[in-house]
Design a protein around this ligand. Structure first.
Ligand SMILES: C[S@@+](CC[C@H](N)C(=O)[O-])C[C@H]1O[C@@H](n2cnc3c(N)ncnc32)[C@H](O)[C@@H]1O
Length: 374
């Protein structure tokens, strides 16, 4: 029997498309094409399960279920009512429709959302109290409407381990992207001397061991008919069985005791307590820099950005001091810095290159990478 194929769009932070494309290719899809904002991927039901379980760089997964011409609101509702929503969404679900329109005769997004929701309700029935929360997107561009279902629900970067946060936590997908773009080989030591709630260190441990990023949480499609619990159980078991039992040394530190408590609690939930060495220490005493493990590995860190401190001058000494510590490291170390101000990269290690530029909640973020000179 021919396998049914599903078309998914995996959205990611801008600039991460090539990295996400590589991640997707490892799942052997039927096809995967990087586009602005994400990766369009086609594959079977197995792939639909595995993108949620195994991708660490995507923010949302959207299953495209229909494309049609759309020039009249009344047609939109009748057309939506002809689609087999019960094959994709749970009966009685509480469906929110989000509409977007560009260059089309239909432009009133409120009316578009209402008509599509009415069509869906014909198939799924009225929402039940406590019914599953689901989101459908209606995107109308040049008089053509694409309908898609948000199969992830909660954004995919939320792994489920980060319940405790310190100041200015870095999003999990961005921490992972920084680790990949830094050139860290995942076999040698990793040091984060300003670890906050431990996101870089924990994502580092998961990357090094090959722990699937979605294994701790639920996703919206799990409430509906596309979810096959046995398929999920097997994929999860297979991925966790393949994971390495331990990571290389990962030394995380921060001067803030609350941040270290958060990092330890998050590491415990992520199942990587034994992989991380978390210490409360100011930069000048960071164990990973004072007594660096060998062989040389990577320092990947996200120093304070100081957006609220009124200019960058107050932070300059911190960046210069990081530069001094890095110069003292024996051997050649990879360096990855997550910055909001590219000027600081020069203060740390001369010759660091911009490896990634992205955006988080309207803030431009740069990842500078390079090697210490020895
Ligand atoms: C942007 S936050 C890091 C956030 C972290 N990546 C996370 O995901 O939670 C910067 C961290 O640097 C720490 N920090 C600032 N100055 C420091 C210093 N001199 N020594 C050690 N840590 C410092 C702060 O306590 C803060 O936790």
């Amino acid at each position: 029997m021919m396998q049914k194929h599903y078309d998914l769009f995996l959205a990611c932070a801008p600039g991460l498309e090539p990295l996400l494309h590589d991640e997707v290719l490892a799942l052997r899809p039927v096809s995967a094409v990087a586009e602005p904002g994400g990766v369009a991927v086609r594959g079977g039901l197995d792939l639909l399960h595995r993108v949620h379980l195994e991708l660490g760089l995507a923010l949302r997964a959207q299953l495209t279920v229909d494309r049609s011409a759309a020039t009249r609101l009344d047609h939109l509702a009748t057309h939506a009512a002809t689609l087999p929503w019960h094959a994709w969404l749970p009966v009685g679900a509480n469906v929110t429709v989000r509409a977007h329109a560009r260059g089309s005769r239909l432009y009133h997004t409120g009316a578009i959302a209402e008509r599509v929701a009415a069509g869906i309700a014909v198939r799924l029935g009225p929402p039940r109290a406590g019914g599953s929360e689901q989101t459908v997107y209606a995107r109308i561009v040049d008089d053509h409407c694409a309908l898609s279902i948000d199969t992830g629900g909660e954004p995919l970067h939320r792994r489920g381990y980060r319940q405790a946060t310190a100041k200015a936590p870095l999003r999990e997908d961005l921490a992972r992207a920084a680790l990949i773009a830094s050139g860290w080989d995942r076999k040698t030591p990793l040091v984060d001397p300003m670890c906050g709630s431990g996101t870089i260190a924990i994502e580092g441990a998961w990357l090094a061991r090959g722990i699937p990023p979605g294994h701790l949480r639920r996703f919206a499609f799990m409430d509906g008919p596309l979810f096959d619990p046995e398929r999920w159980r097997l994929a999860r078991e297979r991925a966790l069985d393949k994971a390495l039992p331990a990571a290389p040394p990962i030394l995380a530190s921060d001067r803030d005791a609350g941040a270290i408590a958060a990092a330890n609690a998050n590491a415990a939930r992520a199942g990587v307590t034994a992989d991380l060495d978390c210490a409360c220490a100011a930069l000048g005493h960071a164990p990973g820099l004072r007594r660096p493990p060998s062989p040389p590995g990577a320092v990947v860190t996200n120093p304070p950005w100081g957006r609220r401190l009124g200019g960058k001058q107050p932070l300059r000494p911190l960046y210069q001091s990081l530069g001094t510590r890095l110069k003292e490291l024996p051997g050649r170390w990879r360096v990855g810095l997550v910055l909001a101000d590219p000027d600081f990269a020069r203060d740390v290690v001369p010759g660091l290159k911009s490896a990634l530029m992205t955006d988080a909640g309207g803030t431009k973020i740069y990842l500078f990478a390079g090697t210490t000179r020895r």
